[in-house]
Ligand binder design. Structure first.
Ligand code: PEP
Length: 245
């Protein structure tokens, strides 16, 4: 039985004081049967980690593929571990598109994170052009296998299928199409990695909000959601968590 995973990605939003105000409110909300994770900016990671209750996991939105050293502006896995952060989002489409992270870079980051015992949420998803050419299945398959090239064990990985055309646009992929792709991803994992495909959590992301979360989370192969915009409002985020309970 895979527990639903409700993850918020704040992107480059919220100051540390705003993050603290969010923590104070969400701490009063009780949940039992779901896992909850929030990914704030690097600047707020340590304070958010200290201010949210233990049940709420905290993740970095990115990490360097390199060991500590001369990499100005970067943050290492070592630094995350030192402040008690155990999770990291890797390969978000904004990193891939705006910061030119290739599958090779994503792969190197995943390997670095796993070798330091971090839990990875790997993001994948096709652009509108690819979808319009009906090539999304091949694209996602390649992105998945390239990103995981040489990774032998998926036990510390969750996958987030996030069609780029649905991120921050208000356009949601239909729950049926999201389920279809998540099922495909599980089948690819089954062919390449075997039994772990039954345990690995596969999330959907792209304009998830309180009004559509329940229907999305009811799908058999969708084990959670990665939420951008709607995770910024504590009341909306709580409503989405309730949909996973
Ligand atoms: C995201 O940032 O991963 C995301 C899915 O954003 P939004 O929910 O705003 O579409």
């Amino acid at each position: 039985m895979r527990r639903k995973y409700i993850c918020g990605n704040w992107k480059m939003n919220k100051t540390s004081s705003e993050a603290l105000a969010f923590a104070n409110k969400i701490n009063d909300f009780e949940f039992e049967n779901v896992d909850v994770l929030i990914a704030p900016s690097f600047v707020s990671l340590e304070s958010l980690k200290k201010s949210v209750k233990d049940k709420i996991e905290v993740a970095a939105q990115n990490v360097s593929e390199f060991d500590d050293g001369a990499f100005t502006g970067e943050v290492s896995t070592n630094m995350l571990k030192d402040i008690g952060v155990r999770n990291v989002i890797i390969g978000h489409s904004e990193r891939r598109e705006k910061f030119l992270e290739s599958d090779e870079i994503v792969n190197a980051k995943i390997k670095r994170a796993l070798s330091d015992n971090l839990f990875v949420i790997l993001c994948l998803g096709e652009s509108l052009e690819i979808k319009e050419e009906n090539k999304e299945l091949d694209f996602v398959k390649n992105e998945l296998l390239n990103s995981l090239s040489g990774v032998e064990n998926l036990k510390n990985i969750a996958i987030a299928y996030e069609p780029i055309w649905a991120i921050g646009t208000g356009k949601t992929c239909s729950p049926e199409d999201a389920e279809k792709m998540c099922r495909e991803i599980r089948e690819i994992i089954n062919k390449n990695y075997g039994e772990i495909s039954k345990e690995i959590r596969i999330l959907y992301g792209g304009s998830v909000k309180p009004s559509n979360a329940k229907e999305i989370l009811a799908k058999e192969n969708i084990d959670g959601v990665l939420v951008g915009g709607a995770s910024l409002d504590v009341n909306d985020f709580i409503e989405i968590i309730k949909c996973g309970e």
